[in-house]
Design a protein around this ligand. Structure first.
Ligand SMILES: Cc1cc2nc3c(=O)[nH]c(=O)nc-3n(C[C@H](O)[C@H](O)[C@H](O)COP(=O)(O)OP(=O)(O)OC[C@H]3O[C@@H](n4cnc5c(N)ncnc54)[C@H](O)[C@@H]3O)c2cc1C
Length: 645
């Protein structure tokens, strides 16, 4: 059986052409407006209250729209964005080190291994400067230099310092800013907030996204909600791998349900494996912990020169250490992009030079930085991360180098959107990590927060007007056929999950699925491995539906039931990720196909065949999806072999 079929190309018809510097301005001018009195007649559902959804809901409500906001946590400010540590990029050039909008644009297109849209990335770089002003105005306590200016540090894939940060808690501080803006609108009566509600289905009426079906996670009640437009800001799907740096609750359900209703899913195989995470310590573990990339500003990565050298790090003399990133990539050193650093760590571990239990670790050493800057300066920059490391490992990183290893961290793939952030389903907009985004095949550090806030504060509030100008759309009623069907689908699924009554826990299935994905669709992929993964995922999915045990009922708080629904969707997504990875017989960014590498082991793209976004159409569970290609056109940053040497 074919694993996929070919469909018509897909095009981003919303993107203007002409000079790149004025495309966004021209799109804003060309987009229709909705006058303030009419905005009050229009309702928007926003699913998600992280940086993307929180900023979008607050801004849309501030503009006068009626907004209804949803999240599954008990408070909007518990969205996973709160975990972001290292920082947020912006082309402010405060350091006067040669940065500019164009350089941020260039770094991001190159960093994404030439698999992102130039128009989107340029707009992102332009808008980045506004984000910092917005957040400062909200009172976000960015780190400052002695003279009072905002401080910057560097992240991977750049040679300038453009990352704004609030110690190792940047996401938390930014989210508190967005949350306060949201709360202000809740208090003003412009946003109706529904925490502890999970969207389980998208409602599409006459070809337009018009509502959602949600489950109250406390009472189990199923309800429907209708609006003129639906915005998904539901985050990334890294937890398909079971172990990742994401919060345990992160899942794909909102996006996947929309995909099943016709929204295209783009580049699902592009997964970011972050090089600096605390290594896995055993089978009891349910998540992994990130050590922010910012640590690579001052930490030096090394392993012993000799394979099988089990001496304590302090006993290994300088001459017997291999600072392999500095050796292989002298221009960028420890600040090479994540895909490159992760693969390099894997390579030295594969050579038997890894450190710690199982040889799956490399050192991140701060001895030089402490000698140069003093312990208190290092503590001021990274104190909370060092403390977190010590609590988890029992080792003091001021004295002993940290041990780190790559782990799943971010997903560049997501629902396909055009320049307006609208999916192919009219009225369905997707922002933040949930869309397939501006990062191509590899996201540079500190760019997710930038994209989420660009989408929510600046892009969507402009582009959505163009769609809503044609509204209000005809009223939707609970008895409409599409609504009845969507609601019944949710109820039937819950009944099915509860009635299997098998003998295996949801988590045991999730863990096994994660193993398959990590083994065959993780840091290195091969055709043989991906074909094997597809068959393993399929049979495990079938087993899930005959053996899963979901205790409790649907009319109560039931976290097993919540997880079961999410894992069921992960199964379908996992298969699509493997199909996407299989069809893309090239290496690019986070997608490394062993068959396609340069003589020195770097990712080898095939621009003649794969310079496109792969947008997949759902045709049924286990049925071959349809591939729609969106050709990428590079007029400014011409594709070349990416080099950080
Ligand atoms: C440990 C860690 C550190 C990071 N550090 C950085 C960093 O320093 N810099 C950087 O740029 N990026 C960083 N990232 C990436 C960045 O944090 C995320 O990409 C970003 O915060 C995602 O924001 P979001 O708003 O798109 O989604 P999220 O913050 O994940 O929010 C998703 C929202 O959707 C809701 N939701 C999801 N599904 C449903 C549903 N079915 N029904 C109802 N609600 C739903 C959730 O309740 C939540 O409110 C980090 C990521 C991790 C894991």
């Amino acid at each position: 059986m074919n694993l996929w079929t070919e469909g018509d190309p897909v095009a981003d018809t919303a993107a203007p052409d002409g000079p790149i510097e004025t495309r966004w301005e021209r799109r804003q001018f060309g987009a229709k407006l909705v006058n303030p009195a009419n905005r009050r007649k229009l309702t928007i559902i926003v699913v998600g209250t992280g940086l993307a959804g929180g900023s979008a809901a607050a801004t849309l409500a501030e503009a006068g729209y009626r907004v209804r906001s949803y999240c599954y946590q008990d408070s909007p400010r518990r969205a996973h964005s709160i975990a972001a540590q290292g920082g947020i990029n912006a082309a402010k050039n405060y350091r006067n080190d040669g940065d500019s909008v164009y350089r941020l644009f260039y770094d991001t297109v190159k960093g994404g291994d030439f698999r992102a849209r130039e128009s989107n990335v340029y707009r992102l770089a332009q808008v980045s400067v506004n984000i910092i002003d917005q957040c400062v105005a909200q009172g976000v306590p960015f780190a400052r230099e002695y003279g009072g200016l905002l401080d910057n540090r560097s992240f991977g894939g750049t040679q300038v310092s453009r990352t704004f940060y609030a110690r190792g808690q940047t996401g938390q501080q930014l989210l508190l800013g967005a949350y306060q803006a949201l709360e202000r609108q809740i208090a003003a009566g412009n946003v109706e907030m529904h925490a502890r509600h999970e969207m389980l289905e998208l409602i599409v009426v006459d070809g337009r996204a018009r509502g959602i079906v949600v489950r109250d996670l406390v009472t189990g009640e199923i309800t429907t909600d209708f609006a003129d437009a639906v915005v998904l800001a539901s985050g990334g799907y890294g937890n398909v791998f079971f172990l990742s740096t994401n919060a345990k609750g992160c899942n794909v359900t909102a996006s996947w349900r929309a995909h099943r209703q016709g929204a295209l899913f783009a580049n699902p195989c592009y997964t970011q494996i972050h090089p600096t995470c605390i290594p896995e310590s055993g089978t009891h573990q349910s998540k992994l912990t990130l050590m922010s990339e910012s640590l690579r500003n001052d930490g030096r990565v090394w392993v012993p020169v000799q394979a099988g050298d089990h001496r304590a790090p302090a006993d290994i003399p300088e001459a017997e250490r291999d600072y392999y990133l500095e050796r292989i990539y002298p221009s960028f050193g420890n600040l090479v992009p994540r895909d490159i650093a992760s693969r390099a760590a894997k390579n030295v571990c594969d050579e038997g030079r890894g450190v710690g239990p199982g040889g799956l670790g490399v050192y991140l050493d701060f001895a030089d930085a402490i000698a140069r800057l003093g312990r208190s300066a290092v503590e001021a920059k990274y104190g909370n991360l060092f403390e977190m490391y010590e609590r988890i490992t029992g080792e003091d990183p001021y004295v002993t180098p940290m041990r780190i290893y790559p782990a799943v961290h971010y997903t560049m793939g997501g629902l396909w959107v055009d320049y307006d952030l609208q999916s192919n389903l009219p009225g369905l907009f997707v922002v933040g990590e949930a869309n397939f985004s501006d990062h191509g095949a590899n996201r540079l550090g500190a760019s997710a927060l930038m994209q989420g806030l660009a989408d929510g504060y600046f892009v969507l509030p402009n582009t959505i007007n163009d769609y809503l100008a044609a509204g209000p759309f005809p009223a939707v009623s609970s008895s409409d056929e599409a609504v009845v069907a969507a609601r019944a689908a949710v109820e039937n699924r819950i009944t099915s999950l509860l009635s299997v009554n098998g003998d295996r826990t949801v988590d045991s299935f999730h863990r096994e699925l994660g193993h398959i994905m990590w083994e065959y669709c993780g840091m290195e992929r091969t055709e043989e491995g991906l074909r094997k993964a597809i068959s393993l995922v399929r049979s495990l999915r079938e087993e899930f539906w005959t053996r899963v045990k979901v205790p409790g009922t649907g009319e109560q708080l039931n976290q097993n039931l919540e997880r079961a629904g999410r894992v069921a969707d992960f199964f379908e997504l996992a298969e699509l990720m493997c199909v996407d990875a299989l069809h893309r017989a090239e290496s690019c960014g986070g997608h490394f196909r062993a068959e396609s590498q340069t003589p020195d082991g770097e990712a080898l793209r095939h621009d003649d065949q794969f310079s496109y976004v792969a947008a997949w159409e759902f045709t049924g569970t286990g049925e071959p999806p349809v591939l729609h290609r969106e050709t990428l056109d590079f007029q400014y940053v011409h594709p070349s072999q990416r080099s950080y040497k």
